[in-house]
Design a binder for this molecule. Structure first.
Ligand SMILES: Cc1cc2nc3c(=O)[nH]c(=O)nc-3n(C[C@H](O)[C@H](O)[C@H](O)COP(=O)(O)O)c2cc1C
Length: 339
């Protein structure tokens, strides 16, 4: 358990300096909106709110899973304040640590700071192959009074960890069992290499409510794990994966084509309000961001507030210049492919 705690601390410390570890591109530069010089709508009346999982979000955005445990309490509490103040959703980081040692539960309990936000629990899906099942999934949802459960998929990260949990066999069936047995919706996410349309289709067929595509374009976990490793083979091999993964925009567009009822969360390199507008027009229901929230919150609350206000302005300005008064109009806005 000490290992899980130390790894979380190391990740947070390294991520603060990470700008260029990933060579992958989320793909937003390959799309643009046709500018509308005569939008004939009132900027003041543009509505950026959206309903998701019975919550009204003021922006189609949630703070993605980051942390919990020793250094996570303060980060979670502060991010919960941001989510509460700006009407965003939020997912906590992996709660495995609190399943193994109850004394960490409090670091995830943020309902007291954000009583009405959309709040999501989190655990690695692969843990379903290492002894965890319905009871543990229920426990982490109840622990934080969550609205839904997020199970993350991270095969490449596990492959590069010295003690990685790398047995992903039969996982789809186990995920399906969780969907059928727990009382809350289940969302499955990647953490930076993307969920393809065929994978999303399989998840949809076993009852998954939504996918956070967690596409390439943000951080490189192979590079990060290699920085933490002392093993020269791990360090060498990780270089081959610096541009690995399905770009976020490809994930959204391809899943939107096969989508029956599964919801799409656009995550992985979604950094601006214009990226959010493009994600929605490509087929996403809402968007998520972890990396930038973490970087800003480690500087100050005010930096994080500025970040959200910037995103809100970018999204509203984009909607004005496309001529969309609300998010449902944005869903049918025309995107031009430029690359
Ligand atoms: C420091 C850090 C810790 C993370 N921890 C988790 C985690 O515990 N569980 C999880 O599902 N994703 C975790 N992620 C992945 C993010 O939630 C997100 O999917 C990924 O960073 C890609 O999105 P982004 O471009 O918005 O950062 C973490 C990301 C960062 C930066």
């Amino acid at each position: 358990m000490d290992k899980i705690l130390r790894r979380k601390k190391d990740h947070i410390a390294l991520f603060q300096d990470m700008e260029n570890l990933s060579q992958a591109d989320a793909g937003f530069g390959r799309y643009r909106f046709e500018h509308n010089a005569l939008p004939e709508i009132d900027y003041a009346e543009i509505d950026t709110s959206v309903n998701f999982l019975n919550h009204k979000l003021r922006l189609p955005l949630m703070i993605s899973s980051i942390t919990g445990g020793s250094n996570g309490e303060r980060v979670n509490r502060t991010l919960a304040g941001i989510a509460n103040d700006f009407g965003l959703g939020m997912a906590v980081g992996s709660q495995r640590i609190a399943l193994e040692d109850r004394s960490w539960e409090d670091s995830f309990r943020i309902r007291r700071y954000a009583p009405n936000i959309l709040l999501l629990a989190n655990m690695g899906a692969v843990q379903l192959n290492y002894g965890y099942a319905t009871d543990e999934c229920r426990r982490i949802v109840d622990m934080i009074e969550a609205d839904a459960l997020v199970l993350h998929l991270n095969p490449l990260q596990e492959a590069f960890q010295a003690d990685g949990n790398t047995n992903f066999s039969g996982l789809l069936k186990r995920i399906g069992k969780i969907c059928a047995s727990i009382e809350h919706p289940v969302i499955v996410k990647e953490i930076g290499y993307g969920i393809s349309a065929p994978t999303a289709k399989k998840l949809q067929d076993v009852g998954v409510y939504g996918v956070d595509v967690g596409g390439a374009g943000s951080v490189s976990w192979s590079s990060l794990e290699s920085q933490l490793s002392k093993d020269v083979v791990v360090k060498n091999a990780s270089n081959a994966f610096r541009d690995w993964g399905n770009p976020t925009t490809d994930c959204i567009a391809s899943i939107a084509k096969i989508k029956d009822k599964i919801k799409i969360i656009a995550g992985g390199g979604v950094k601006t309000g214009v990226d959010i507008a493009k994600s929605i027009a490509l087929g996403a229901d809402i968007c998520s961001n972890a990396f930038d929230f973490l970087q800003k919150i480690m500087i100050s609350y005010a930096d994080c507030e500025n970040f959200v206000e910037t995103i809100a302005l970018e999204l509203k300005a984009a909607m004005l210049c496309i001529g969309c008064g609300n998010i449902s109009e944005l869903r049918s806005a025309k995107l031009l492919k430029v690359g």
